[in-house]
Design a binder for this molecule. Structure first.
Ligand code: SF4
Length: 377
């Protein structure tokens, strides 16, 4: 049986964070019931298509899936079990925001087979949390985290953002040190990017957003790698860190350019060398599913060359890089033969290295990764 990852998008939040460009809507509105029914119907529509696959990972993301009523969440999970083959060794993640978790909810998650929590903290500084539009305080996070531990969760990710408005190196160090004290299994740390259409973009246009300099941004990144690494939470991808054995298996599917199916508004899939994305419009999504039509808006078929290049781009994000044997087994050709000249050049420039049967970025290569990626285009 082939292997696949499953993503379910729950696009509801209590309020919109100022930096957020995800497809998410304020509050559970009157669309929620219709939306949940549509998600369940889309799962059913995939039942035949995925009959040859075994689902290795499930990731319920958003939005803020933890604001969903557990009965509704359970009805989605039941549909997944009825329609798909699920691995006995499933990694099953749900994203949660501090302030939306309760003891009984967490207990129920455990009973439903969810074995990984991803909690969005972003910063330990309450002033910054307010400035970026988060609904919670650092104390809310601590409380949620402790509840999750008591409920028995042994695999918890904490999401962080750095280069936030008003943030300096000292503040970031404080966030990192406090997070390390909580002993999570996994940390994601992304630099803030001011995205189109966000409240932050407007503020930036009006010169009302004061952001750390590029140099401070770089120092914050280096500090995360060093401090987390010194405390046993090693970097394994450009922005992701974990204790040994706790790398996020779901995200590794993306970085290894393997197959996944995305269900829900704006969700993306990659199946049988086809990459496609669902509509971003929740009304259109519900309407198309109601007529038993796949709500696909964008579609691209990938040939062997596209797949090779994309595998290189994605896998080079990982510290372990491209495993030479795995690449050769997949494409029936050695990457060193196909790209010999380019690889030699990048190795000579100190951007790539070949070690332990893997081709990977050097530290310098990670800093200028786009320069490397362009070479393979
Ligand atoms: S909680 Fe997450 S998805 Fe919701 S608005 Fe904030 S960043 Fe966006």
């Amino acid at each position: 049986m082939k292997e696949i990852g499953l993503y379910i998008h729950i696009p509801f939040c209590i309020s919109k964070c100022k930096y957020c460009d995800f497809v998410s809507f304020n509050k559970i509105n009157d669309m929620a019931d219709q939306y949940i029914e549509a998600v369940k119907a889309e799962i059913e529509m995939y039942s035949d298509k995925l009959s040859d696959y075994e689902v290795q990972t499930i990731f319920i993301g958003g939005g803020t899936p933890s604001i969903l009523d557990v009965v509704k969440l359970e009805s989605i999970i039941n549909k997944i079990h009825i329609n798909f083959n699920i691995s006995k060794n499933i990694e099953f993640t749900i994203e949660a925001n501090p302030g939306t978790l309760t003891e009984s909810k967490l207990k129920k998650y455990e009973q439903m087979g969810i074995n990984r929590l991803s909690i969005g903290l972003q910063s330990f500084n309450n002033e910054i949390l307010k400035k970026i539009g988060r609904i919670h305080t650092a104390d809310d996070f601590i409380q949620s985290y402790k509840m999750a531990k008591c409920a028995g969760f042994k695999n918890i990710n904490i999401d962080l953002i750095y280069s936030l408005p008003g943030q300096n190196l000292e503040d970031w160090e404080n966030t990192l040190r406090k997070v390390i004290e909580m002993k999570p299994e996994h940390i994601s740390a992304y630099a803030l990017k001011v995205e189109e259409g966000t409240a932050f973009e407007k503020l930036l246009d009006q010169n009302k957003l004061s952001l750390p300099s590029d140099e401070e941004d770089r120092q914050m990144y280096d500090m995360a790698i060093k401090l987390l690494g010194d405390n046993g939470i090693e970097q394994y991808e450009i922005s992701n860190f974990s204790k040994k054995g706790y790398e996020c298996r779901h995200n590794l599917i993306y970085w290894n350019n393997e197959e996944y199916v995305g269900i829900g508004v704006s969700a993306h899939s990659y199946i049988n060398s086809n990459r496609y994305g669902n509509t971003m419009d929740i009304h259109e999504y519900v309407d198309l599913i109601g007529r038993r039509m796949f709500p696909i808006k964008t579609q691209e078929s990938k040939d062997r060359h596209d797949e090779m290049v994309e595998t290189i781009f994605l896998s080079l994000r990982l510290n372990r890089g491209i495993e030479l044997k795995k690449f050769e087994d997949r494409f029936n050709a050695s990457i060193l033969d196909i790209y010999r000249e380019k690889i030699d050049k990048l190795v000579n420039q100190g951007l790539l290295t070949i070690e332990e049967e893997s081709l990977r970025l050097t530290k310098y290569g990670m800093d200028v990764s786009n320069q490397v990626f362009v070479e393979f285009l």
